[in-house]
Write a protein that binds this ligand. Structure first.
Ligand code: BES
Ligand code: MN
Ligand code: ZN
Length: 476
């Protein structure tokens, strides 16, 4: 599907128009449309009043165009998210027009509206239909955005949405396909990014006991990928994503119900690939390192066991109480290797780390933890801009006490209480003084409810994190 800025020469090709209407205000375009078609008058007769969530779908026989009026509610209450949700639902109504060209009218025709609406529609047009014989019903081929701004914002928003959809495509892969080797192959195809790959031999040689332990019973060979982009003469930003390509829990095996969803335990790593691709596509002038510790977590005769003690890259030892708390063990090695060898200005990790975070914050907020107020604030700002929302959780001394071990430096679970925070406290031991933020994306990385309340988040991987990281990196 292509996105272009609308120009009057396109007029004859347009099959349908999305037109905004407020309860208490009528945008200019809507007024001029009314003069030609009386569409507003007839919509009023049929009970449409511009309330949020209402729509009126009609056909103008004079112009031969389908017209979809969408209610945006009160003008003063309009924000970016209402805009995204409204236009994404509207596109859902029109998506099956064969070879369709849809013209999109914006309330203020401003550049930020053009950006948000392009983004939302491009995300709505995503479906993971690779393994389905009934393919996606999206037939619209062109979306023409009517805006006063130039088309660079449209191109930027399309690139961001493409990167989110690319991330979704990787994260949605079945666990026997979306393997560490597949990640390596995919990463090596990203133009402008160099890729280093460590395997089990390297884990042993370098003393990465977490990656070594968790990957011991893996059938697919485990990898730690290091992607690098941009000018090397300045300190990099380091982003790290948890890449458990399937989390069975290992010897501390999970209940079988819902275990299929643990194919999504690679969403953090998928978002790192998507972000690296995006900053390279848009040629940001930033130095960025992306790291993805990748392995499946399986039981087996040679699997690591509860009671085992692992020594991580920085020498810290951890007692394994549950082989299902594997994410922190592999992240420990990635974080300590990355901070020591690349001396980044800051580190952000993304991980589907704890069920406790989902219980605490639900599916619209990621848990944010960290060791540096300035970095936390900058990440919160990027989260506000991208509507990939975060909520801070504490990881102070009491949580550190909770993970003290009698036989090792720390243990990999702190019990049921404060499960997201003890996991964050665990990770904090592997970044030293480097400013660091951890995002627990267990609740936000995928959705099982079709549509949720946002048409632009279809069931499956959401691609959470790509836009937030992009907004962060761009403004650093
Ligand atoms: N990948 C899971 C976390 C998870 C669970 C994400 C459910 C999304 C939905 C992680 O590896 C895990 O199993 N965590 C355990 C930790 C516990 C054993 C301390 C958990 O949350 O139960
Ligand atoms: Mn687990
Ligand atoms: Zn996991």
């Amino acid at each position: 599907m292509e996105f272009l800025k609308f120009s009057p020469t396109h007029s004859n090709e347009v099959n349908a128009i999305i037109v905004p209407v407020f309860e208490d205000y009528t945008p200019d375009f809507t007024i001029s449309l009314e003069k030609d078609s009386l569409v507003l008058t007839s919509s009023k007769k049929h009970g449409f009043s511009g309330k949020k969530g209402e729509s009126f779908d009609t056909f103008d026989s004079k112009s031969g165009k389908r017209i979809l009026l969408i209610g945006l509610g009160k003008k003063g209450e309009l924000d970016d998210e209402r805009l995204r949700r409204s236009y994404s639902s509207a596109f859902g109504v029109l998506k099956s027009i064969p070879k369709g060209t849809v013209q999109v009218i914006l309330p203020e025709v401003s550049s930020s509206e053009a950006k948000e609406v392009t983004f939302a529609i491009a995300l709505t047009a995503y479906e993971f239909d690779k393994y389905r014989s009934e393919k996606s019903k999206i037939r619209v081929e062109r979306v023409l955005i009517t805006t006063k701004s130039n088309d660079t914002v449209i191109r930027e928003a399309k690139a961001v949405a493409d990167a989110v959809n690319y991330t979704r495509d990787i994260a949605n892969l079945p666990p026997s396909v979306g393997t560490p080797s597949l990640f390596e192959k995919t990463a090596k195809k990203i133009a402008g990014v160099s890729v280093k790959a460590f395997d089990r031999k390297d884990f042993l040689k370098l003393g990465m006991g977490g990656l070594e332990g968790v990957s011991r019973a893996a059938k697919e060979s485990a990898k730690l990928l290091i992607l690098e982009y941009g000018p090397k003469d300045r300190k990099p930003i380091l982003i790290v994503g948890k890449g458990i390509t399937f989390d069975s829990g290992g010897i501390s095996i999970k209940p079988s119900e819902g275990m299929d969803e643990m194919k999504f335990d690679k969403c953090g790593a998928s978002a790192v690939l998507g972000t690296m691709k995006l900053i390279s596509d848009l040629k940001l002038n930033k130095h960025v390192i992306g790291m993805t510790p990748l392995t499946e977590n399986l039981p087996g005769g040679n699997a690591y066991k509860p009671g085992d003690i692992l020594t991580h890259y920085n020498g810290v030892t951890s007692e394994v109480l549950s082989t299902d708390a594997e994410g922190r063990l592999v992240l420990a090695d990635a974080l300590s290797y990355g901070t020591k060898n690349y001396k980044p200005s800051e580190v952000i990790d993304l991980a589907t780390l704890t069920g406790a975070c989902v219980v605490a914050l639900g599916s619209n907020y990621a848990g944010l933890m960290g060791n540096n107020d300035s970095l936390k604030n900058r990440v919160k700002k990027a989260a506000d801009r991208s509507w990939e929302r975060v909520w801070e959780l504490p990881i102070d001394g009491d949580f550190q006490d909770q993970i003290k071990s009698k036989v090792a430096d720390i243990k990999n679970t702190g019990g049921r209480e404060g499960g997201a925070e003890t996991a964050g406290a665990f990770l904090s031991r592997f970044v030293g003084d480097t400013p660091w933020v951890h995002l627990d994306i267990a609740g936000t990385a995928w959705t099982s409810k079709n549509g949720s309340n946002r048409a632009y988040l279809p069931a499956g991987a959401t691609g959470y994190g790509v836009r937030l990281l992009y907004e962060f990196i761009k403004t650093e």
